[in-house]
Design a protein around this ligand. Structure first.
Ligand code: GDD
Ligand code: MN
Length: 402
């Protein structure tokens, strides 16, 4: 290896949040789009990188000639993988290199690569030849058929692992089962959620903010992306010829934490908390209005209570529309839309109120639970009820193709 790698040989590391943008929104010059950007995340793969890149180029030159780029994202490997890759970029203009010095990890490396990419389709392949490059052809075929994502899978016909020990097979299957348990609606859609070899349309990731942890980038893409059509291709996970796997016990812990993070994301826990806070503010508005009407307006109890409840509902709606569901309401602007949301919100709150009275009677009269405790239980259940139906009906994201 000669020492003539210069700073200009490397492309800048994207920074900031991990979001994939529309290509023409990016003001950078020279961002004319191409068909495919394939990321090769590396850590200590200096002995594999040259052979891998040559095989990939031979393969892609047959399917997307002059319409692809290879982006090596190296985390400042002590074996200077990034230097070897930069050398190759002199020889092959489609090869680009990112050298990260502050961030680490396979999943974020992949996303940083995509952020620097020009491709309409974004892919990833391991840098150690364990993912056979000839499968790229079949992945590309799936994309051409119209798939949003094309995944290389070990668990399909023609797929498998070459010489894995019982222990490693067991761990890999265990990880998949755990994933199915925590994220059934995501993991159940694909046969090999652990795969790190796939292509995905940029369109399916546009505007999404990623927050992966550790190794499993596909799980992140499936959970946060807008994936409808899934194409899968069987492949045999090859033995490593040189270098070593970077998987340690820490990756298993990170995987578990990653699953939990995605679970909370899919449940929209943060939104639920905002909904709860908005509802809580309504309690005080309700009490204050009731007090005012009783003391100063001399209205009857029922009428005061109804007016107080409606004002509280309006207050809650205001905060929910402006804050809890801001992302949704800002896409459905106009007074007409807002009125419809307010009407639905009212109806759902009314149904919640009826349910509240019903529950209170069951808990207190039938089950003999202390009335304050009964009330707390009822309020908790109704909060979920109101949240769920408002999420599904009032601030609904209509599932239309953009
Ligand atoms: N940039 C960067 N940063 N690359 C990394 C890092 C990191 O922290 N850690 C690993 N890599 C690179 C490796 O150099 C290699 O190219 C690739 O990511 C995969 O890492 P390995 O350590 O070889 O992983 P593996 O073979 O045990 O695990 C693979 O298991 C799956 C099958 O279940 C995963 O990497 C998946 O991609 C693969 O499909
Ligand atoms: Mn590997």
């Amino acid at each position: 290896m000669s020492q003539n790698v210069k700073l200009e040989d490397l492309i800048p590391v994207p920074t900031g949040i991990l979001r994939i943008n529309n290509l023409f929104l990016d003001r950078q010059i020279n961002r004319k789009s191409i068909e495919l950007s394939l990321i090769i995340p590396t850590y200590n793969e200096s002995k594999n990188i040259e052979q891998l890149i040559q095989i990939i180029i031979n393969t892609l030159d047959r399917i997307v000639v002059n319409q692809y780029e290879l982006i090596v994202v190296d985390d400042n490997s002590p074996d200077f993988t990034w230097k070897f890759a930069a050398e190759l970029s002199h020889k092959y203009s489609q090869v680009k290199v990112i050298r990260r010095e502050s961030e680490k990890g396979l999943a974020t490396a992949t996303i940083r690569g995509w952020q620097a990419a020009k491709g309409q389709v974004l892919g990833v392949i391991d840098g150690d030849l364990q993912h056979p490059p000839h499968i790229l052809t079949r992945l590309w075929q799936e994309i051409e058929k119209g798939a949003d994502i094309a995944i290389a899978s070990r668990n399909l016909e023609g797929g498998g692992v070459s010489e894995w020990s019982i222990a490693r097979r067991f761990l890999s299957r265990g990880a998949q089962m755990l994933g199915l348990l925590v994220l059934p609606e995501v993991m159940g859609r694909i046969s090999d959620p652990m795969s790190g070899y796939f292509m995905v349309r940029r369109d399916a990731l546009l505007g999404k903010t990623f927050n992966p942890l550790g190794y499993k980038i596909l799980v992140e893409v499936m959970a946060r992306g807008n994936i409808r059509w899934i194409g899968e291709v069987g492949y045999i996970f090859q033995e490593r010829k040189t270098g070593e796997s970077k998987v340690t016990h820490q990756q298993y812990l990170e995987y578990l934490l990653h699953l939990i993070r995605l679970r909370l994301h899919l449940w929209q826990i943060d939104r639920f908390i905002r909904f709860g806070v908005s509802g809580f503010s309504g309690v005080f508005i309700n009490l204050a209005v009731l007090y005012f009407l009783r003391e100063f307006a001399d209205l009857g109890l029922t009428r005061s209570a109804i007016i107080a409840a409606e004002i509280a509902i309006a207050n809650n709606f205001f905060w929910n529309d402006r804050w809890t569901f801001k992302d949704i309401s800002s896409n459905q602007k106009g007074i007409h839309n807002r009125l419809i949301r307010f009407l639905k919100f009212n109806l759902i709150c009314l149904s919640g109120l009826i349910l509240n009275i019903l529950l209170l009677n069951i808990l207190y009269n039938l089950l003999g639970i202390n009335e304050y405790i009964a009330n707390i239980i009822a309020i908790a259940i109704i909060t979920f009820w109101n949240y769920w139906f408002n999420l599904k009906l009032s601030w609904r994201t209509t599932d239309t193709k953009k």
